[in-house]
Write a protein that binds this ligand. Structure first.
Ligand SMILES: [Zn+2]
Length: 181
């Protein structure tokens, strides 16, 4: 990829977005009101804006290796609090994906590095569940993240107040389709 070409891409994109809607960017500056918080994997092939045909402002997004919900992670915790209490999203989507390298790494012995530390909780869960199949590990993994998500106090409160719905998805990159579990 030619990085300098990206700035040209950006110029074309701004032209495209303002075609027939010249106030598009002015309206974006007015504020955001996305209806969903999306928690997914950082994998470069799994961009929700592309596979869901989203526009700027549609989704509040958090991505990390293997789409994990680690309650002690200040990054995710602050996003949950902001999305629920300030933006008042109505949905939280946790999306895993087949072919996830993070999940594959968590299936075997972990490297003694920061990725290993990040994957330790998932690794322990897959081991306890005796999961050895990669696809099954992706499914077990995303369900596990959702199970942890609904126990986070700010999320639990929002569910009890009927403010939010929780969705568990898997993106199948062999077809481009999203499967709702
Ligand atoms: Zn992944």
């Amino acid at each position: 990829m030619d990085i300098s070409k990206l700035l040209d891409n950006n110029k074309s994109w701004t032209k495209e977005m303002t075609k027939g809607q010249e106030n598009f960017f002015k309206n974006l500056c007015e504020g955001q009101a996305p209806q969903a918080l999306y928690i997914g994997c950082s994998d470069s092939r799994v961009s929700p804006e592309l596979f869901l045909s989203l526009n700027p402002g549609d989704f509040f997004i958090h991505r990390n290796i293997a789409n994990q919900v680690i309650p002690s992670d200040n990054n995710l915790s602050s996003i949950l609090e902001f999305a629920i209490d300030v933006i008042k999203v109505e949905n939280i989507i946790v999306c895993g994906h087949y072919g996830c390298g993070g999940v594959e790494a968590a299936l075997s012995e972990l490297e003694p590095n920061l990725c290993g530390v990040w994957l330790a909780d998932l690794h322990a869960h897959l081991k306890a569940q005796k999961v050895t199949d990669w696809n099954e590990a992706v499914e077990v993994g995303v369900k596990y993240q959702t199970a942890k998500l609904v126990e986070v106090p700010v999320v639990k409160r929002a569910i009890n107040n009927k403010q939010i719905l929780i969705h568990t998805w898997i993106f199948d990159m062999s077809t481009g389709e999203v499967i709702s579990l």
